[in-house]
Design a protein around this ligand. Structure first.
Ligand code: PAF
Length: 286
């Protein structure tokens, strides 16, 4: 496995792969890799001739400086994991390699057709602009045939699909296919997240109430309205000491707009467990 730190070297390797007619899978990550990332990489390895994984804590998608500073980083450990699961290339640039000083401070205004006006987009202004800024750059550099994203960040996945399929950039990325992969959970139900590293053992126990409540809510959905279930989920989680719900919204899976039916619906939650901001979601009827 090769670790690449410059865009020039990355493009050299990409060109070499393309000239040999190899298909490329890309898994964009911010590092602090866990079994959820590993499942994306394994899939990318199995569906493509070569797999590139980017490890880059993207400063432009953080609207909270403390969150950026505290984001866990351990490239050595990430590289060891990626090597064992068969990734061929790791792209781990510095922020200065990725962006000019101007780009770092530039405010992008992508049109996401309203997908960014709800939930995470509402709570973290500018977040999805930063995500799309880095993801589109990675797409340009790596020219992947397939790119893999986890469904835990469901809104992010919807926005990236939108960008690729319907925005002004449509056509730019050729036949790029965006592959969404299911949430990976601990046996306890806790959705895997790099942020879990920041939880104490007690907080990890406390956080179990999040997934437990989401799974229970599928039962509640059989007899209660969307509004009632939304309230009951938020109330149940808030009743646990140490947890504070930022939002729980049941939305249409395609438009991400509020819905009053469970058909094609997904419930997305953000909860503070102590100082750590966790997200999770649950899909209702298919
Ligand atoms: O989901 C993430 O880890 C990040 O938002 C991504 C897609 C790697 C962009 O920085």
């Amino acid at each position: 496995m090769q670790i690449i730190t410059t865009k020039k070297e990355l493009q050299c390797q990409v060109e070499a792969c393309k000239s040999q007619g190899k298909t490329i899978g890309l898994v964009p990550t911010m590092g602090a890799l866990h079994a959820g990332h590993a499942s994306l990489v394994r899939r990318a390895v199995s569906e493509n001739d070569v797999c590139f994984v980017s490890v880059f804590v993207n400063p432009t998608q953080f609207n909270n400086k403390e969150d950026l500073a505290l984001y866990p980083r351990d490239l050595q450990r990430d590289a060891e994991l990626l090597n064992t699961i068969g990734a061929q290339y790791v792209f781990a640039p510095t922020p200065e390699e990725m962006y000019t000083a101007e780009e770092m401070n530039e405010t992008f205004h992508f049109d996401f057709g309203g997908l960014d006006k709800v939930m995470e987009g509402k709570m973290r202004p500018g977040h999805f602009n930063g995500v799309v800024q880095v993801v589109s750059r990675l797409f340009y550099l790596v020219q992947p045939d397939r790119a893999y994203f986890g469904e835990k960040d469901f809104q992010q996945l919807a926005i990236i699909r939108f960008m690729v399929e319907r925005s002004a950039l449509a056509g730019t990325f050729g036949t790029l296919q965006i592959v969404g992969c299911p949430i990976v959970r601990e046996e306890s139900g806790l959705a895997l997240s790099s942020r879990n590293e920041r939880l104490t053992d007690d907080e990890k126990q406390t956080a179990l109430a999040i997934s437990r409540t989401l799974f229970e809510s599928r039962e509640w959905a059989k007899t209660q309205s969307v509004k009632e279930v939304e309230k009951r989920v938020a109330d149940t989680i808030n009743a646990v000491e140490g947890l504070e719900v930022e939002y729980y919204e049941i939305v249409d899976k395609t438009t991400l707009q509020p819905t009053d039916t469970f058909h094609n619906a997904i419930g997305c939650v953000t909860v503070y467990c102590g100082k750590v901001r966790l997200i999770d979601n649950i899909q209702y009827e298919a």
